[in-house]
Design a binder for this molecule. Structure first.
Ligand code: BYC
Length: 313
């Protein structure tokens, strides 16, 4: 009875757009959904550093190298904000990482595709960050306070990332024949994985109904996907590049672009661990985590020592 009353009050708060804070009462399923989504989001930021890191040593100029480096550092920061937000739900960061390493936690499927050429740094920034921004701008209005606040900060930085990618695409699309071909090839490979980032269609999305009711998600997977497609097509026309979908057409009745059916077999195959890069991404993360053990231990020992000093002072 008591919980039922609390549940009604909780939903009233959500309906009035009052943020839920860590010490507030919340249904266990709300907490679990947030733990899953925020930690997956954090893992995506951190694993997403790998396909870009692949090009740090081969960036074509000092300027592009510095910008790429700054972008990758930003992703690390985004991961940290998100792990902190997730930790407010009562789970320690070590646990999140253990779930990732055991394959129990997911990260965005898109980061399991390889970055084969410099043009991929453009396509990832333009398309992958572009898709992420559409999703994250919406999440600024999520009902859980710490997640919403992390999103505001992340979105500000993310819009630079999208522009970094678009700038590379502009340069290549206006460059030599080979550079233009390289840009086109990157769009051919990254278009569909970016579309898939928004997750399954609404009718197949296991969590959407409840997450929308609790305003963890503010818009559905298909609504966000459509917004991304509509805005990106216009940008592609500006670049003079072609999207790998012959059915992309503006529908005069809906005023949105229609698109071909998505290859969900490919999506689930990658999500289940069989994409080109899944094993490499995870093994690399596990190794980096183990290699960094001494740094964490030293930092904790230092913090303990300075705490002791402060207490005795
Ligand atoms: N990849 O019921 P659904 C970045 C899973 S990184 C893998 O619709 P939900 C960047 C889903 O987890 C930003 N799995 O789920 C960094 C669920 O399985 P579980 C990344 C996916 O949670 C570096 C099942 O499918 N952004 O910007 O309601 C360089 C059913 O789905 C995916 C975020 O993480 C996927 N794409 O909605 C460059 C956004 N999609 O967990 C850029 C935050 C679905 O039951 N997350 N699944 O086993 C979200 O907004 C939501 O979690 C999703 C999915 C829209 C992704």
């Amino acid at each position: 009875m008591e919980d039922e009353k609390k549940l009604i009050q909780f939903q009233q708060k959500i309906d009035q757009d009052i943020k839920i804070e860590p010490r507030d009462w919340m249904p266990e399923k709300y907490r679990q959904t947030l733990i899953r989504q925020i930690s997956q989001h954090a893992h995506s930021e951190i694993i997403g550093m790998q396909p870009e890191g692949n090009w740090l040593t081969r960036a074509p100029s000092l300027r592009s190298k510095k910008i790429l480096m700054a972008k990758i550092q930003d992703e690390a920061g985004h991961g940290l904000y998100l792990y902190c937000a997730a930790e407010t739900l009562g789970i320690k960061r070590e646990q999140f990482l253990q779930w990732l390493h055991e394959g129990k936690a997911k990260y965005s499927s898109v980061f399991n595709y390889p970055t084969l050429t410099w043009a991929d740094m453009g396509a990832v920034g333009w398309l992958v960050d572009g898709a992420a921004i559409v999703n994250q701008v919406s999440l600024q209005g999520t009902s859980y306070g710490p997640y919403a606040r992390a999103m505001v900060k992340i979105c500000m930085e993310e819009s630079f990332h999208q522009r970094q990618g678009f700038e590379i695409m502009v340069q290549l699309a206006n460059g030599t024949k080979e550079q233009k071909e390289m840009a086109q090839d990157a769009v051919n490979r990254w278009w569909w994985p970016s579309i898939m980032m928004f997750g399954p269609h609404d009718s197949e999305s296991a969590h959407s109904n409840q997450s929308l009711k609790w305003k963890i998600k503010r818009e559905s997977n298909d609504e966000l996907r459509q917004r991304f497609i509509d805005k990106t097509i216009e940008q592609g026309h500006h670049l003079g590049l072609i999207f790998p979908d012959p059915n992309l057409k503006l529908n005069p009745e809906t005023n949105h672009y229609d698109y071909s059916p998505i290859d969900w077999d490919e999506f689930w195959n990658v999500v289940k661990g069989n994409g080109a890069g899944n094993r490499q991404r995870l093994n690399h993360h596990i190794k980096a985590h183990e290699d960094g053990k001494w740094v964490r231990e030293a930092a904790i020992a230092y913090a303990k020592k300075s705490n002791l000093k402060q207490k005795s002072a």
